[in-house]
Write a protein that binds this ligand. Structure first.
Ligand code: SF4
Length: 323
């Protein structure tokens, strides 16, 4: 039985809708709507869904990069969201984030050595010699050469820059990393190299990941557990194998359509996703997926489905009522 590392309970986050003059309106965008999930120690929870489903906002809420209106993030019995900011800063070192675009998150005027030194010095009292040694260790574990230390971010490829971003996250010896679409901007061949690197680092340092992606085929390669989100809510959750063996939710089935099937001759039930994700400022009533769901029934527009399944694999869909 895996041990719970973080327990995310009933997180909700809204933003004012509209810009400029329209910002004064009372309309709110519910980016994350009452989401509860457990993250297990040393494991990867994959969070998947289309752009705008709230997955990145949820990752940012956990790290308090944005403050949710409601909910708890329980770590060792303590609610991190209720902790005062000074105390939270001490915990913050344990929690790091890697972004989709490493170029914009790396200072272009600093060498890799300076980038790593800055963060090591900020969080520790290492001597200059030990800091430099640590920089070389970080380059080594992330697959970068020693002479990278004197180069600037623009001198690297996209994949190498993501390695620098990973090295920077590792510099403070974190326990938990939110990987926010870390391979989405990379070529497919480079994507698998970065995923493999993240997996190696996880087993070497016992890291726990929240891995966010719009692409279920990417999430599949790294995750132990997967939560699927649609318009701010979790629609299905499972351990990875069960999700792919017996998919419950029509939305997950539509995302699976894009995942290559490894066995020749194997046919998967296919659901073609039509139309755009609805406006989250004014989400559809009932099951929010009903405007695109090809198998909806009359209840779907009227009532939000209950949770069906068990704690290891569940989904919110009226069709599961009769299973
Ligand atoms: Fe489709 Fe209805 Fe299930 Fe929603 S509840 S996924 S609309 S069948």
């Amino acid at each position: 039985m895996d041990k719970v590392y973080l327990s995310i309970k009933n997180i909700s986050k809204e933003f004012p809708a509209g810009e400029g003059l329209f910002r004064a309106s009372k309309l709110r965008l519910k980016a994350v709507n009452n989401v509860s999930l457990d993250v297990y120690k040393g494991k990867t929870l994959g969070l998947v869904g289309e752009s705008g489903c709230g997955k990145s906002t949820l990752g940012r809420c956990i790290l308090r990069l944005t403050e949710p209106e409601k909910g708890e993030v329980i770590y060792n019995g303590i609610d991190l969201l209720r902790m005062d900011k000074n105390n939270f800063r001490k915990f913050r070192k344990k929690f790091q984030i890697i972004f989709q675009d490493p170029y914009s998150s790396l200072n272009p005027r600093m060498t890799v050595g300076d980038i790593l030194t800055e963060i090591i010095k900020f969080h520790s009292e290492k001597s200059s010699a030990d800091t430099r040694k640590k920089c070389f260790e970080l380059l080594n574990v992330t697959g970068l050469t020693r002479n990278s230390i004197n180069k600037y971010p623009h001198e690297f490829s996209g994949g190498q820059r993501q390695r620098i971003a990973i090295a920077r996250a590792l510099a403070v010896e974190p326990e938990f990393i939110v990987c926010d679409e870390p391979v989405s901007a990379l070529d497919v061949s480079i994507q698998s190299q970065i995923i493999n690197l993240l997996k190696e680092l996880q087993s070497e340092f016992g890291l726990t990941y929240l891995f966010i992606s719009h692409d279920l085929s990417v999430v599949k390669h790294i995750s132990d557990y997967i939560a699927v989100m649609y318009l701010g809510k979790v629609t299905e959750y499972s351990d990875k194998n069960k999700l792919f063996e017996n998919t419950y939710h029509p939305y997950t089935k539509s995302l699976l359509d894009a995942v290559p099937v490894p066995e020749p001759g194997f046919r998967r039930e296919r659901i073609k996703l039509k139309g755009e994700i609805p406006n989250p400022v004014n989400p559809p009533g009932g099951c929010a997926f009903h405007t695109r769901c090809p198998v909806k029934i009359s209840d779907c527009e009227k009532t939000f489905p209950e949770k069906y399944g068990d704690e290891n694999h569940y989904a919110y869909c009226h069709l599961m009522k009769n299973l």
